[in-house]
Design a protein around this ligand. Structure first.
Ligand code: NDP
Length: 489
């Protein structure tokens, strides 16, 4: 549990309680000073242009690759996650930096728009300019990947960034900022401000031009309310309750393997973690048996780390107890699996759809598996929660059709969580999972404002924007409109 002592945040390893590092805590004035420095830095960074920024970002990418083991070890020290998980997480983040650096000019750079007959004498110019200073607030569960998604997009778009890491993982955040300063030493283009929730709240009110938040849904609402005071636009990546649908023609061993990894990786502390499975009746028994067999083999400590946030243990315990009280059965783990700071893999079946384990975010290595008659029932049940972040489908003939019907921002077919590492695709949710996108073309545009310019290149055939137009010309406008758009299709 992190502690603040004399203005210093002491971060600890949740598995051992050992100190992982110390960072200074910022107050409101320090947050304001960081944003003021970022404003100058941002102007300089924007002035480098797409090519200048691309070179710096690619150098940063190479530095992260060179030190990936060191970074993963730091993430293990601070969050307790296995080193291999830290490597996989960092590799996805590196992919996003590389992609954003290489594609920012294509997505955001200046272009001419198509001419239309109306206003044919004007040319349209469009480009996407940086906001200036972007605030990024990140969670602890993926302390490398979750902040670097918005940070890579915001930096590639030409913004400076002030980043508030979670109080549980401040040294990983500081490490990222320090490594960036090695390749961009001239100005503090990427800075960190540390502290508890109130530092995040101060960042919302600090006058940043856009705020990217990743964290829980209740905090996302507070962030949006604070940002509303100054009409600061937000992108909110909040919680999830992702479902996996197993259709009749699915490869069952593969589906079970993916379900176990999707649910249990990072001890289930994954926003896009699989928390529910809907398996059609024909394959249900085989699927449950395969999941229990595979999840039962996982080793605590090596493959499943501790629960990072002590308070989450109570949530996980409540969900398991409630599921069992309502008639569910634990076919693996169960109430005894909760041994703070660890929770062993738990698989629950026959859990009613109105129980907390099915409707609320558990954020632990638990999974409910529910038998359904067919894919239609699976889709209806998967969509019946307020969250809509990601999801997965295992199957052949109808898998993509099923994926398209899931009311979420992303779906993986015949794998789980894959979309978060695919730099070409946008990432974000609907409903209680938030709105706005990071990653991909949409993720770059999220951190830039469209700038539209019209340039007149000749006399007007249909003059409309002048008091000097004649009644004949107005009649000509009407005639032209009838000709162009009057036909009923
Ligand atoms: P929290 O919402 O508790 O915290 C997220 C961040 O917000 C932290 O840096 C936190 O600081 C800060 N914060 C807390 N209070 C405020 C406030 N009033 N104003 C501004 N900032 C504040 O989430 P967790 O860290 O517990 O992360 C887990 C949650 O994140 C889960 O719900 C998970 O699903 C979600 N998540 C979503 C992802 C997505 O992409 N959609 C990805 C990963 C996680 P501090 O830590 O110091 O309190």
């Amino acid at each position: 549990m992190p502690e603040v002592e004399d203005g210093v945040l002491i971060s600890t390893n949740p598995a051992t309680g050992a100190e992982a590092g110390r960072v200074p805590v910022a107050d409101e004035a320090a947050v304001a000073a960081a944003v003021a420095r970022a404003r100058t830095a941002g102007a300089w960074w924007a002035g480098l242009g797409h090519e200048g920024r691309k070179v710096r970002l690619l150098r940063w990418r190479a530095l992260l690759v060179e030190r990936i083991e060191q970074l993963a070890e730091l993430a293990r020290l601070e969050s307790g996650k296995p080193v291999a998980d830290g490597i996989v997480e960092a590799s996805a983040a590196i992919e996003h930096i590389d992609w954003a650096a290489r594609n920012a000019k294509r997505v955001l750079g200046p272009r001419r728009t198509r001419t239309r007959l109306v206003l044919a004498e004007h040319v349209g110019h469009l480009e996407y300019l940086p906001y200036g200073v972007v605030g990024v607030i990140g969670p602890w569960n993926y302390p490398i990947l979750t902040p670097l998604g918005p940070i890579s997009g915001a930096l590639a778009a030409g913004n400076a960034v002030v980043f508030k890491p979670s109080e549980y993982t401040p040294t990983v955040g500081q490490w990222l900022v320090d490594s960036f300063a090695e390749v961009v030493p001239e100005h503090p283009v990427l800075q960190a401000v540390h502290g508890l929730g109130e530092v995040g709240a101060a960042l919302c009110r600090s006058g940043v031009d856009k705020l990217a938040f990743t964290g829980s849904t209740p905090t996302a609402k507070k962030v949006m309310a604070a940002c509303a005071e100054t009409l600061t636009p937000v992108v909110l990546e909040a919680g999830g309750k992702d479902a996996l649908i197993v259709d009749a023609d699915a490869d069952i061993p593969a589906a079970a393997e993916a379900a176990v990894w999707g649910a249990m990786t990072n001890a289930g502390q994954t926003c896009i973690g699989i928390e529910r499975v809907y398996a059609v009746a024909e394959v249900y028994d085989r699927f449950v048996a395969a999941v229990v067999e595979k999840a039962g083999r996982l080793t605590m400590g090596e493959e499943i780390g501790p629960i990072t946030m002590p308070g989450q243990i109570d949530v996980i315990r409540r969900h398991i107890d409630d599921a069992i009280a309502k008639g569910g059965r634990a076919v693996l783990g169960g109430p005894d699996a909760v041994q703070p700071p660890n929770v062993a893999p738990t698989v629950l079946v026959d859990v009613p759809e109105d129980s907390a384990a099915v409707r609320e975010e558990t954020f632990g290595p638990t999974l409910t598996i529910t038998k359904v008659a067919d894919a239609d029932e699976a889709v209806a049940k998967a969509n019946a929660v307020p969250y809509g972040l990601g999801g997965a489908v295992f199957g052949k003939a109808n898998a993509i059709r099923i994926a398209r019907r899931m009311h979420t921002g992303m779906v993986a077919v015949n794998s789980t969580l894959t979309f978060v590492g695919m730099a070409t695709l946008p990432f974000g949710g609907v409903g209680d999972s938030g709105f706005g996108r990071i990653h991909g073309d949409d993720g770059l545009r999220e951190f830039a404002r469209a700038k539209a310019v019209t340039v007149r290149r000749g006399p007007s055939l249909l003059p409309s924007t002048t008091f000097e137009r004649t009644p004949t010309q107005v009649k000509r406008i009407v005639r032209t409109l009838k000709l162009l758009y009057g036909r009923h299709p």
